[in-house]
Design a protein around this ligand. Structure first.
Ligand code: G3I
Length: 331
C-alpha cells in the first residue's frame, strides 16, 4: 500500500495527533504513513505544568522519543491558550487574580522551560492558540491572558518562544479559519504582529471541517489571504466530520457508502487545494490517524460515532485515502 508520507514527500509533511493510548494502539499505522506527530493534549499547559513548581514531561517525552526513533518530525501544541491552563497560573496564593508582571513572568518561565527542553527536536510550535474572537466586532476573545496582561500577551509569547528556540517555526493557530469574518480577523492580527517585528512564521489552519462546511471557495479565499502575508501555512488539525449527515441516525454503527463517497470527494478537493498552495503549506496534520479514535466521538454529542479520517477503525484505507492519493496521480 502506498504510504501517505511517501506520496506527499515533495509537498508537505503528513502528520497525526496522538495521545498516550493511540501512540500504542495506532503505532504501526503511524509509523507507516505519517512523518510528523503532534500531542493531542500532552504538551498543553495543564499537562506539562500542573502546579507552579512541578513539570510533568513523561508522556510528551515518550511521544518525542517515538518520533525520533522513527524519523518523524514533531509539531508542538500549544503554549498559550485560554483552555486547558491550570487556575494557579492566573491567581495569587490567596486566590485573587494575579497582576500583569507576575503573569508575564509565569508565561515566560513556562515557555522557556518547555521550548528549551525540546529545542532542536520540534520543527514548529503553536505558540498562541485560538486568541481571536468568533463573534462580534472585537478582535480578541475574552480570556485571562488578555484581561491580565493586555493585547500584547500574544507578541510576548512569540518573543519568549523565539528566545528559547530561535530555529523553531512559530505559529498562530485557530479554528473557523475559513469563515470570512474570522479569517479577516486572523489576517489582521497576524499582519499587525508582523508589522511590529514579532517573530511569527506561520498561521495554523486547524481545518476541523465536515462533509458540507466550509465551502471550498471560502477555504481558498482564506488560504490566499493568509498566504499574501508571506508566512508559512500549516494545516494543523484536519478532520472531516460526518455528523452533518443525517444526524438523527443514531442507529448507524458504520458510515454508509454515500457518506464515504461524500467524504472522499471532500478530501480530494482539500488535497488538490493544498497542493495548489504547497509553496506555503508545508505540513498537513490530521487530528488523529484512524476512525477508532477521534475527539469527535464526544463532541458534539450525537449518540453515535464519527468517522473523520482516511483510515477506518481497523486501520484499513477508506475511499477518502484513495481519493487523496489520486490527487498526486497515484492509486
Ligand atoms: O484525561 C481525563 C480523564 O482522566 C477523565 O476521566 C475524562 C473525563 O471527562 O477527561 C479526560 O480529559 C479529557 C481530555 O480531552 C483527554 O481525553 C478532557 O475532559 C477533554 O476536555 C479533553 O478534550 C480535548 C480538548 O482539546 C480540550 O479542549 C480533546 O481531547 C482534544 O482533541 C482537543 O483538541 C483541541 C485542540 O487542542 C485545539 N483545537 C480544537 C481541538 C478540538 O477541540
Amino acid at each position: 500500500m502506498m504510504r501517505l508520507r511517501e506520496a506527499f514527500k515533495e509537498q508537505f509533511l503528513i502528520g497525526a495527533a496522538v495521545n498516550p493510548v493511540t501512540l500504542d494502539s495506532q503505532r504501526d499505522l503511524l509509523i507507516e504513513h505519517f512523518n510528523s506527530v503532534t500531542a493531542e493534549n500532552e504538551m498543553k499547559f495543564e499537562r506539562l505544568h500542573p502546579t507552579e513548581d512541578r513539570y510533568t514531561f513523561e508522556a510528551a517525552d515518550r511521544m518525542v522519543a517515538l518520533a525520533k526513533a522513527n524519523g518523524m518530525g514533531v509539531r508542538g501544541h500549544t503554549l498559550v491558550w485560554h483552555n486547558q491552563t491550570p487556575t494557579w497560573v492566573f491567581e495569587n496564593e490567596d486566590g485573587s487574580q494575579t497582576d500583569r508582571v507576575t503573569l508575564l513572568a509565569r508565561m515566560k518561565s513556562h515557555i522557556n522551560t518547555v521550548v528549551s527542553r525540546y529545542r532542536g527536536e520540534l520543527y514548529a510550535w503553536d505558540v498562541v492558540n485560538e486568541a481571536v474572537s468568533d463573534s462580534g466586532s472585537e478582535l480578541l476573545r475574552p480570556s485571562k491572558w488578555l484581561d491580565i496582561i493586555g493585547e500584547d500577551f500574544i507578541a510576548k509569547a512569540f518573543e519568549y518562544a523565539h528566545e528559547a528556540d530561535p530555529e523553531a517555526l512559530l505559529f498562530y493557530n485557530d479554528y473557523n479559519e475559513a469563515d470570512p469574518v474570522k479569517s479577516e480577523k486572523i489576517y489582521t492580527l497576524v499582519k499587525s504582529l508582523l508589522e511590529q517585528g514579532v517573530p511569527i512564521h506561520g498561521i495554523g489552519l486547524q481545518a476541523h471541517w465536515s462533509l458540507y462546511h466550509p465551502s471550498l471557495d471560502n477555504i481558498r479565499v482564506a488560504i490566499e489571504k493568509y498566504a499574501s502575508l508571506g508566512v508559512k501555512l500549516h494545516i494543523t488539525e484536519l478532520d472531516v466530520s460526518m455528523f452533518a449527515f443525517d444526524d438523527r441516525r443514531t442507529d448507524l454503527t458504520a458510515p454508509t457508502e454515500e457518506m464515504l463517497a461524500l467524504q472522499a470527494e471532500r478530501y480530494g478537493q482539500f488535497f488538490r487545494l493544498f497542493q495548489e498552495y504547497s509553496e506555503y503549506i508545508t505540513s498537513v496534520t490530521f487530528w488523529g490517524a484512524a476512525d477508532d479514535y477521534t475527539w469527535l466521538d464526544h463532541f458534539p454529542v450525537r449518540g453515535r460515532k464519527n468517522w473523520p479520517f482516511l483510515f477506518d477503525a481497523k486501520h484499513q484505507p477508506k475511499p477518502s485515502y484513495s481519493e487523496v492519493l489520486k490527487t498526486v496521480g497515484l492509486t
